[in-house]
Design a protein around this ligand. Structure first.
Ligand SMILES: Cc1cc2nc3c(=O)[nH]c(=O)nc-3n(C[C@H](O)[C@H](O)[C@H](O)COP(=O)(O)O)c2cc1C
Length: 393
């Protein structure tokens, strides 16, 4: 079962609420969403003594990452924090160049920089230059960025305070409630200091429909590859005990299903879940994407440039925090770009490249990350996080 078909299964699972017993409900965490050790990092993220640089790492690990792989490692001293990409924590054929894992590190870096400013540090980030390639996935931890710290004056801002409130929200959105103009304008300006990263926003229904068609077709094609399907499933945690043990991956609580369907899905066996997913509404993903009033795209000059990829992650994290402060929600929907990688890796005709270039209208800007934003039907749920000790080297 792949990520998308699993997410589409809400309508079917809701008829199966009656399955399972109370003991199983406890065992599967039906009554404990967001509780237990796997969720502690969301609660104690501001703990630690004044000026302790580990506070910055506590904020960093609450960032987004592909399939919640949390591909980060941190080496901390009083004057600097080095960020490493843990190449073992990858989604295989879904991200053969580790492009998305680098975006995840960029997300963590953004949280870290916001936390540095809020906790009285002047921080300067240096991103290591380089090209992404398929061999990236085979080596060990790789240094990708360094943050130099000097003590300064603390200045909290609204984005920092939103760090524990930001969650990827996969529920439907309200198609009749547009993103307010102030939020839209702030989003448009989010890359004004960047030279090699640019945000494109699409609010018109016809433009969104085109992106949804491209994304949905890409999703179907991508997950028809057994290698992609297998690599993705490795990070889907359906047992509550696995959620609490591994503290990573995609969990049923974050699939955006209504409460009864979430409970039902948690009670199902793997076989039942597979059956439910196979009966899911075929155009469910398109309908979900179209419910969002705004689709955005982050584009760069070179999709396989490491620095530009890390910057993309910083921008997504900042954009997601921004919409969170305004009471909106967001979700990445990056299958079309994942298909660009897939076609490149397999040596197939680069069909998505031209489709995506059509959308930006400028071949100099290569989309590397697609997302949607709006007012959600239900609040987003926290995803698990590994403990601080597990990500320090
Ligand atoms: C590069 C990247 C690509 C992602 N792609 C998708 C996607 O295509 N669909 C989706 O539902 N979530 C996607 N996500 C969201 C992650 O699954 C999410 O960040 C992770 O599960 C942690 O959850 P959180 O963001 O709620 O903390 C992506 C995140 C990143 C950083």
């Amino acid at each position: 079962m792949n990520r998308r078909s699993f997410l589409r299964s809400g309508g079917v699972v809701s008829v199966l609420v009656a399955g399972g017993g109370v003991w199983r409900a406890y065992d599967q965490g039906v009554f404990s969403a967001g509780e237990g050790p796997a969720y502690e990092p969301w609660k104690d993220w501001r703990s630690g003594s004044d000026g302790d640089p580990l506070t910055l790492v506590r904020a960093a690990i609450l960032a987004a990452s592909p399939h919640n792989t949390q591909p980060w490692l941190f080496k901390v001293s009083t004057s600097a924090i080095a960020l490493y990409l843990d190449t073992k924590r990858n989604v295989g054929a879904l991200d053969p160049y580790l492009r998305e894992e680098h975006i995840g590190i960029g997300c963590a870096l953004e949280n870290l920089m916001l936390a540095a400013a809020a906790n009285g540090y002047g921080a300067v980030a240096t991103l290591l230059p380089g090209k992404l390639d398929t061999s990236s996935a085979e080596s060990g931890p790789r240094l990708v960025a360094r943050v130099d710290l000097v003590r300064g004056k603390g200045q909290e801002n609204e984005l920092y305070k939103a760090i524990p409130l930001r969650h990827t929200n996969r529920s439907p959105y309200d198609p009749l409630r547009p993103v307010p103009p102030e939020c839209l304008e702030t989003l448009m300006r989010i890359t004004s200091d960047e030279t090699a990263v640019k945000v494109f926003l699409f609010a018109e229904a016809a433009e969104r429909k085109r992106i949804v068609e491209i994304s949905s077709a890409a999703n179907d094609e991508l997950y028809s590859d057994p290698d992609v399907k297998g690599a993705s499933e490795r990070w889907i945690r359906t047992r509550w005990s696995s959620v609490q043990t591994f503290r990573d991956g995609l969990t049923i609580d974050t699939f955006g299903l209504p409460p009864a369907a979430t409970a039902a899905a948690k009670l199902m066996s793997a076989g039942m879940l597979r059956w439910a997913a196979s009966r899911a509404q075929k155009d469910g993903y398109s309908t979900l994407m179209m419910s969002a009033p705004l689709i955005g795209m982050i584009a760069v000059h070179d999709r396989y440039d490491r620095e530009q990829t890390l910057r993309t992650g910083r921008i997504w994290q900042r954009a997601h925090l921004l919409v969170t402060t305004r009471g909106l929600a967001g979700r990445p929907c990056n299958e079309a770009v994942e298909m660009v990688d897939h076609e490149r890796m397999r040596g197939n005709e680069p069909r998505r490249l031209s489709l995506l270039a059509e959308l930006t209208g400028d071949a100099a800007w290569q989309p590397t990350f697609i997302f949607y934003v709006g007012y959600p039907a239900r609040p987003g749920r926290a995803s698990p996080r590994r403990a601080l000790q597990e990500v320090l080297v």
